[in-house]
Ligand binder design. Structure first.
Ligand SMILES: Cc1cc2nc3c(=O)[nH]c(=O)nc-3n(C[C@H](O)[C@H](O)[C@H](O)COP(=O)(O)OP(=O)(O)OC[C@H]3O[C@@H](n4cnc5c(N)ncnc54)[C@H](O)[C@@H]3O)c2cc1C
Length: 394
């Protein structure tokens, strides 16, 4: 990459190869990937890492259980999932942060006992009620459950923090509490040359918006419309006196994820177009009754906390990955909806490769932002700052 750097008195430069805007899991993973490949990176975050959707997630890396409708998304999910074992080891070595990767696997509830003629079920993966009673004595599942050993899970905020920490150790310049207001242009206005922030101007050869839902807001300042669908989700955490659950239960509209110290995360509601980060009482009731179907003892657990966050969805449920073509030097990786944890590692590899070699060879066309990008007449200045946060109540 062509570098022109100016060193400031604080040791930082104000000219980078790449500015990554947004230090959620996608931006943090991208900054970490780029810097390891010798790219000079600035990572800008208007709040703190994991303050957006990434701090609210359940942390399931459910490449198989999600049953992706799009084959290309499924392939990205499988690729990305395969990267986490090494990533967890590397992050632990570099930062001392254990991202809580657990590999016990998932259990999927059945509505009926499977038969030999049931082509959808591989009977080798079916755990009968008697087998479940031995391995998971607290689970109630009269039709047994399907065991998927290949789905891991982790602690999202720890992954996000470890990625930022490791990126900093490799000399990414991290700017917390630095909000990007607008993009900077070349004189002809056809090339993005940096960003204007509350800390001043920062220049770069390339700018990547990993701003989740706020990508819509930043593109609106350029009079482009890229549609997003916010989908609010609520979770609760309970603690149990002993191990009530060893595997993640992944059901229809309900999941239970065992974490350390006999804690269980129960999620998640799904409320399209809700952009507030409150937690509805009805959500807590809904999640508890859903959990009790499979884990009746959960009613005797201790309530620890609840929280909510907003998933950055898109109309076709595919993320936007690639260049914003009309504006040379501008890229995005956003809109990962309900699977950003799962997709972060693979997304970072793909976008880094595309940025460094200036072509998107690995990125299927279906992910291109071009599919939905429109020139918009009116400039939207509505702040989305309230909609991508995370709220927690104890
Ligand atoms: C309830 C819930 C449960 C979920 N469960 C799972 C799960 O189990 N598994 C899974 O894979 N995924 C899950 N997800 C989805 C996952 O959390 C998201 O897909 C992922 O976090 C998106 O990451 P991101 O980095 O794109 O967005 P964010 O985490 O929102 O990061 C964007 C960042 O950009 C910053 N920003 C925005 N605008 C600006 C600006 N102008 N200047 C500077 N910074 C800016 C924000 O402050 C924010 O930190 C869940 C999500 C929710 C809400």
């Amino acid at each position: 990459m062509n570098r022109r750097m100016v060193h400031l008195s604080n040791g930082k430069t104000n000219h980078y190869d790449v500015i990554v805007v947004g230090a959620g899991v996608i931006g943090a993973a991208l900054a970490y990937e780029l810097v390891q490949q010798g790219v000079k990176v600035a990572l800008l975050e208007k709040n703190q890492p994991a303050s957006g959707a990434s701090g609210a997630a359940g942390g399931m890396l459910a490449a198989h259980s999600e049953h992706f409708a799009h084959q290309e998304l499924y392939q990205l999910a499988l690729y990305s999932q395969s990267l986490y074992s090494k990533l967890a080891t590397d992050l632990l070595e570099q930062t001392g942060i254990d991202i809580g990767l657990r590999t016990e696997g998932f259990l999927l509830p059945m509505t009926a006992v499977p038969t030999h003629t049931d082509s959808k079920v591989d009977l080798k993966e079916w755990w009968s009620p008697s087998h479940l009673a031995q391995v998971e004595p607290y689970i109630h599942a009269p039709s047994g459950m399907i065991y998927n050993p290949d789905e891991p899970q982790l602690i999202p905020a720890l992954l996000n923090q470890a990625l930022v920490q490791a990126a900093i150790q490799y000399h990414v310049d991290f700017y917390p509490e630095t909000e990007v207001y607008r993009l900077l242009h070349s004189q002809k206005k056809d090339h993005i040359t940096g960003v204007i922030t509350n800390q001043g101007e920062i220049h770069a050869e390339q700018v990547v918006l990993t701003t989740g839902l706020c990508t819509q807001q930043l593109l609106a300042t350029e009079q482009y419309h890229l549609p997003f669908v916010p989908v609010k989700g609520e979770l609760i955490e309970v603690s149990t006196p002993s191990q009530y659950l060893g595997h993640t239960i992944y059901g229809e509209g309900i999941y239970m994820i065992p974490k350390s110290d006999y804690r269980i995360w129960i999620g998640a509601t799904s409320k399209p177009e809700r952009t507030d980060t409150t937690v509805d009482i009805s959500a807590i009731a809904q999640l508890l009754s859903g959990a009790e179907q499979f884990l009746p003892a959960v009613g005797s657990a201790t309530f620890e906390r609840c929280w909510s966050g907003i998933r950055p969805g898109t109309p076709d449920e595919l993320p936007y990955l690639g260049q914003i073509q009309p504006l040379a030097g501008l890229w995005t990786a956003s809109g990962h909806y309900r699977n950003g944890m799962l997709l972060a590692a693979g997304t970072a590899k793909w976008i880094a490769e595309a940025l460094i070699n200036n072509h998107t060879v690995h990125i299927p066309d279906c992910f291109s932002p071009e599919r939905a990008l429109r020139k918009s007449k009116s400039l939207s200045t509505k702040s989305l700052s309230t909609i991508e946060g995370v709220s927690t109540w104890n």
